[in-house]
Design a protein around this ligand. Structure first.
Ligand SMILES: Nc1ncnc2c1ncn2[C@@H]1O[C@H](COP(=O)(O)OP(=O)(O)O)[C@@H](O)[C@H]1O
Ligand SMILES: [Mg+2]
Length: 277
């Protein structure tokens, strides 16, 4: 039996042994999942499993520019182009995790991660997890106005099980992992075996999931670099009028060993309202 066949057989066996499907997959299983990545295609027609329901607040969505139904043609087009480019690159490379980061606070990482995840989930072939990985300054749940009991830190500190922190917010093919308790020792948590198990469990679901990680900026802590080995690709967010060109160039250098899909220019004053292009 070839290595790949052996990996696929073992994965099928592991999946069958785990009720509910949110199976933590660590140690040898984790590296096995990485090998199998190149041969196991996602099966979009398979039914998504159920996660804990959580409500969102329509006023919070509007206030925070979460784009459930985009009226603005130029904005809608920009997110669709971003979605399609990200999907192309990730599919071509068998990448499943995407870290959204930048150089400093307030550049629009969180809002881009949310709107990109929503746009991705609108593609019938993409199943998406959106995870708040800004452990020192979690904001995802607040931006969505989510009501929920446990967040990612509760799982990392052993106060909640994995399946207790994954929520269905009523958007098809999207599940959200929010967080409400900031932790000081964030990079230690990000390097922990529990965190690796968590991402493996999300990403290894069947059908395969794209995991969008709302991350902190790279210039304020070592969090992004601490978790980088577990992230397939990155998107850098820069904000017109906020991000200095030199800072951005430094960031690209810091991340040069990693797969940076590109830079998103947020708050751009350039618009394209042409009806055709
Ligand atoms: N393109 C934009 N236009 C207007 N406001 C924006 C835009 N992008 C972000 N913001 C606002 O700026 C603030 C910071 O955005 P956020 O996504 O939290 O940044 P980060 O995660 O990089 O710290 C939020 O209040 C957000 O609503
Ligand atoms: Mg943020």
């Amino acid at each position: 039996m070839s290595l790949i066949e052996e990996v696929m057989r073992r994965q099928a066996h592991e999946r069958a042994a785990m009720p509910g499907g949110l199976a933590a997959n660590s140690g040898a299983g984790a590296s096995a999942a990485r090998v199998a990545r190149s041969v196991v295609a996602p099966a979009p027609e398979a039914p998504i499993q159920e996660y804990r329901p959580a409500t969102v607040d329509p006023e919070a969505l509007e206030r925070n520019r979460v784009l459930l139904r985009v009226q603005d043609v130029a904005v809608s087009r920009a997110y669709k182009i971003l979605r399609t480019r990200v999907l192309h690159r990730m599919t071509a490379n068998n990448w499943y995790t995407l870290g959204v980061t930048g150089t400093g606070a307030g550049e629009g990482k969180t809002i881009t991660a949310i709107n990109l995840a929503i746009a991705l989930a609108q593609d019938p072939n993409a199943w998406v997890f959106l995870v708040d990985l800004d452990l020192q300054r979690p904001q995802l749940g607040a931006y969505l106005g989510m009501s929920y009991e446990y967040g990612l830190t509760d799982y990392l500190t052993g106060q909640a099980q994995l399946e207790q922190v994954v929520y269905d917010i009523g958007i098809k093919r999207l599940a959200v992992v929010p967080n409400s308790s900031p932790v000081e020792t964030s990079s230690e948590h990000l390097r922990s075996a529990k965190m690796t198990d968590f991402i493996n469990a999300l990403e290894g679901q069947s059908p395969r999931r794209y995991v969008i990680l709302d991350m902190p900026p790279i210039n304020v802590s070592d969090d992004v670099l601490a978790f980088a080995p577990r992230v397939d690709s990155f998107l850098l967010i820069a904000s017109q009028g906020i991000t200095a060109r030199r800072t951005l160039a430094n960031a690209k250098e810091v991340l040069s060993e990693l797969n940076v899909l590109g830079v998103v220019l947020n708050r751009s004053t350039e618009r394209n309202d042409s009806p055709y292009y």
